[in-house]
Design a protein around this ligand. Structure first.
Ligand SMILES: Cc1ncc(COP(=O)(O)O)c(C=O)c1O
Length: 406
């Protein structure tokens, strides 16, 4: 840079650090929103091909590295290529997929047991734009088959649903969707690729709230989709137009989280299985929903779909415990815990807990909760990385206190 430049030019055009000789072991955070080219043609070629970087809303090395890494995890057992797209949140991923794959007059068949904001997005906002959704019990394959119509754009379900941990029969749902010429889209947030990879079971799109297990530390918000290249290109095009890009800092954190995903999730699943079995025997407990328990209606299916770890099948790490005594007993149980923290979200290192009826499903009456298969007293645990013996002692003590109250 010439010494004759003025002070403002010198301030803006500071000398760079030069190219490092060694490669950084960890991908640096690329905060730059824009990328320089030597010629207009190089810039135009990058825009045309989609390879390389021009503008951060379109592509960024950190978000791309994160999306590629999730695609590698979700596509591990496939004999065809899949691609990932990263988003600013799980809902950004879900809304972009729905907008990419539907249009006025389209129809969606969705599980009646899905995340609340996915439900309201389908039932409210998308309905305003002429996309109609039928919500069905996806464990009833005849009901799904009956709901699918020629104009059905997609079938939407969750691998494991919140909070009853209903297991979706992914191969059968994929068969129903494909027989009708439509697509199966699966939110696999509660499972993560360390438990189940829906694309291996016939799903066309798998998506996640990366805020949960993928990040794993309750400190980064993001979302991700993985699909075949042609479908991923449709999702990418909608993402670029809509603009819900993942920030480079969040992408860095989420990418780092992936390195420990199998370690964390394997331990969380083992701890959850131990926890579920321990609380099930307490006299104050009316019901425990956890697919690892032989009495859970999704147990056999989970054994065929979910990964075998060293300690046996990984059934996920969310356990829903319902004490006797209804809504009041549920809140008293959650409030009586000292180690598990009352907080929204799941999938992190800390065990988080919530009384379902007064928090995540608070808009539903006791009758509506019961109709949806959720008891008014249900308390959801997202099992973290603490010692399971400590979590169990905390829960059993809170349950003992509950027994003395009742
Ligand atoms: C199953 C499921 N899908 C999607 C979301 C939305 O994710 P986010 O909060 O990252 O937008 C959540 C959030 O809790 C969820 O539990």
């Amino acid at each position: 840079m010439s010494e004759n430049h003025g002070e403002h030019t010198r301030a803006v055009r500071l000398p760079g650090p030069g190219t490092p000789v060694g490669d950084p072991v960890r991908i640096p955070v690329y905060r730059s929103t824009t990328y320089a080219f030597g010629t207009s043609k190089e810039y135009a070629d990058t825009l045309d091909s989609g390879d390389g970087y021009s503008y951060a809303r379109i592509d960024n090395p950190n978000s791309e590295a994160f999306a590629h890494a999730v695609a590698a995890l979700e596509g591990a057992g496939l004999d065809h290529e899949v691609r990932g797209q990263a988003f600013a949140s799980g809902m950004a991923a879900i809304s972009t997929v729905l907008l990419a794959l539907t249009g006025t007059g389209s129809h969606v068949v969705a599980s009646e047991s899905i995340y609340g904001n996915t439900y309201t997005l389908l039932d409210g906002l998308l309905r305003r734009f002429g996309v109609r959704t039928d919500f069905v019990d996806v464990t009833d394959l005849d009901a799904v088959r009956a709901a699918v119509r020629p104009e059905t754009a997609l079938v939407f379900t969750e691998t494991l649903s919140n909070p009853a941990m209903v297991v979706s029969d992914l191969p059968s749902l994929a068969a129903v969707a494909h027989d009708a010429g439509t697509l199966l889209v699966v939110d696999s947030t509660f499972a993560s690729p360390a438990v189940c990879r829906p694309l291996e079971h016939g799903a066309d799109v798998v998506l996640h709230s990366a805020t949960k297990y993928l990040g794993g530390h309750s400190d980064a918000t993001g979302g991700v989709t993985v699909a075949r290249p042609e479908l991923s290109a449709r999702i990418r095009s909608a993402r670029v137009d809509l603009g819900p890009c993942l920030s480079p800092d969040e992408a860095f954190m989420l990418h780092r989280g992936l390195e420990t995903l199998p370690l964390r999730v394997a331990r969380q699943c083992d701890s959850a299985a131990e926890f579920a079995a321990a609380v099930l025997g307490h006299p104050a407990v009316a019901r425990v929903d956890y697919p690892g328990l032989p009495g859970h209606r999704g147990h056999r299916l989970a054994r065929t779909l979910f990964d075998e770890g060293e300690a046996g099948t990984r059934y996920g790490a969310v356990v829903t415990v319902t004490p006797h005594g209804g809504r009041e007993a549920g809140t008293a149980f959650a409030d009586g815990l000292r180690l598990a923290t009352i907080a929204a979200s799941l999938g992190g290192a800390h065990t988080l807990v919530g009384h379902v009826g007064s928090t995540s499903h608070r808009q539903m009456s006791d009758d509506a909760l019961s109709a949806a298969g959720i008891e008014p007293g249900a308390v959801r645990f997202s099992i973290g990385l603490e010692d399971p013996a400590d979590l169990i002692a905390d829960a059993l003590r809170a349950l003992d206190e509950l027994s003395h109250r009742v």
